[in-house]
Design a protein around this ligand. Structure first.
Ligand code: NAD
Length: 485
């Protein structure tokens, strides 16, 4: 068993006894495994539809009081939750690495990122939620009040097991909603640890509820329940579409943070050293399992060969290993992810791509380690040029001019993020305007943070998370007109 017993801040002698795991049990235990070794990490009590309904009962009962809690009191509890997460950073990071596999320093970074949303929304809870309107009537005054919608359902993926929860929950809780949370079956322990810290922070009974188990049964129960007024989902476009349809009958507020297919564009006037460094980060962070991960690298002809050589050298130097040993690349999450890498590499090579590095499982590390891979001259017909890769495979493509690369970059059903490297401000301006993506990153890779509205266009989703905009899905506008005439 991967040893998590030394968890001083969380005080968890045995992760199998993780508090809250049995709050909404429905039968059965979920086995959580370390993807690097296949070893059992813990077994967690699972729920089904009954447990999901009980969680909504609790959240619904707690809503009226929580919505009327004074903003400074809501903010104080959120600040305590933030402090507890920061204090437990090492324990939370170790739990995350054990169940998700990511290198421990990336896991620590994710805890910082996760905590930053709680702090940001603790402060947002204090901002005015009433806006004046310039009246068009002679004796009437008008206001817009932002009010919490009610119970919010939060459904999160395994690749950022803590940050995806706090990015949603902190905003919903600051707005005055109560929440029911369903994390991925791959990473329940991070969710349960956050829930335990929320309990210690002092959220009243029923305000924060975490339900582990059969996703379709649990989330299906929530989409059908009229008491659940908002659904915030992060995950694949396929499941996002399904939940969009399922939410129609109960007309829920929706946030959908879905898949991506980011182009990474390097012009011949770019700082090439920097472009290579940022390209490695944009592809290989979280072993490539990142919705913001660069999925296609378009390199202008004059620097293509040079970029291919330098990028391949940097990729070959990446270290693989167990996340606790802090390598640069950890395991992929499950066997299906490995099969996808193998299929996309084989398909690209068959269609004429050149394999410059990697291309196969790194047997010496274990069955879920895929060697960081570089493919050159990848044709548009290759599956990886339209499917999300979500792994460590980087396809390189040559292009000639600006109009061509804009058209090719936009030729995707996704629209989450695009990366551009150039030192020409006019070109950057033109590209920024033309790229049909929710986020455009120029000459750098890491652009996210609590104060920015994160989200995509097209099939990458609806709505925004983070920033003031992140509160919108959890609030309704009430228009008030008072006539003194
Ligand atoms: P997924 O869609 O398989 O699962 C996401 C969540 O949905 C999990 O909690 C899962 O239990 C639940 N789920 C799965 N099937 C369901 C069903 N039939 N009904 C109801 N719920 C169901 O996604 P994943 O594999 O966990 O995560 C990877 C995907 O998430 C990638 O496509 C990635 O791009 C995307 N992602 C997007 C963002 C973003 O902010 N846009 C961030 C991280 C990940």
């Amino acid at each position: 068993m991967t040893d998590l017993s030394n968890s001083p801040t969380l005080g968890l002698a045995d992760p199998a006894l993780m508090p809250n795991a049995g709050d909404f049990p429905g039968g059965g235990r979920l086995a959580v495994r370390d993807p690097a070794t296949g070893q059992l990490v813990a077994k967690v009590a699972m729920s089904e539809a009954d447990g999901a309904r009980a969680a909504v009962d609790a959240a619904h009962a707690a809503f009226a009081d929580w919505a009327l809690t004074l903003p400074q009191d809501r903010a104080a509890i959120l600040h305590r939750w933030h402090a507890l997460i920061v204090e437990a950073q090492e324990d939370l990071a170790r739990i995350m690495t054990a169940e998700q596999g990511k290198p421990i320093s990336e896991a620590r970074g994710e805890i910082d990122y996760a905590a930053s949303f709680v702090q940001f929304y603790a402060e947002e809870a204090l901002r005015p939620n009433i806006e004046g309107v310039t009246s068009h009537l002679p004796d009437a005054e008008m206001e817009l009040w932002r009010e919490p919608v009610g119970v919010a359902a939060l459904v999160t993926p395994w690749n950022f097991p803590c940050a995806m929860i706090t990015r949603k929950a902190a905003a919903a809780l600051a707005a005055g909603c109560t929440v029911v949370i369903h994390p991925s079956a791959e990473t329940p322990l991070s969710a349960l640890a956050l829930a335990e810290l929320a309990r210690r922070a002092g959220f009243p009974e029923g305000v924060v509820n975490t339900v582990i188990g059969d996703a379709a049964a649990i989330v299906g129960e929530w989409t059908a329940d009229t008491r659940v007024r908002a659904l915030s989902f992060t995950g694949s476009t396929e499941v996002g579409r399904l939940l969009y349809r399922q939410s129609a009958d109960t007309v829920k507020r929706l946030v959908l943070e879905l898949g991506g297919h980011a182009p990474f564009i390097v012009f011949d006037d770019a700082d090439l050293d920097r472009a290579v460094t940022e390209a490695v980060k944009a592809k290989f962070a979280t072993s490539g399992q990142d919705c913001l991960g660069a999925n296609r690298f378009y390199i202008q002809r004059a620097v293509y060969d040079d970029f291919c050589a330098r990028f391949t050298k940097a990729v070959e130097a990446l270290t693989l290993g167990h996340g606790m040993d802090d390598p640069e690349i950890g395991p992929l999450i499950h066997e299906r992810a490995i099969e996808k890498q193998q299929a996309q590499v084989a398909d690209a090579v068959e269609k004429g791509a050149r394999l410059l590095a990697g291309g196969k499982v790194s047997e010496s590390h274990g069955p879920l380690f895929f060697a960081p891979t570089v493919l050159a001259d990848v044709p548009d017909s290759a599956a990886i040029m339209s499917e999300e890769n979500f792994g460590p495979v980087a396809p390189l493509i040559v292009f000639d001019d600006e109009a061509e690369v804009i058209a090719r970059a936009n030729n995707t059903e996704y629209g989450l993020v695009a990366y551009v490297h150039s030192l020409d401000p006019r070109r950057i301006y033109r590209l920024t305007r033309a790229l049909q993506f929710g986020m455009v990153a120029v000459n750098r890779t890491k652009v996210t943070g609590a104060p920015i509205p994160f989200g995509g266009t097209k099939q990458s989703g609806l709505g925004r998370e983070g920033a003031r905009q992140g509160l919108e899905a959890f609030t309704d506008i009430k228009y008030v007109c008072r006539d003194w005439g």
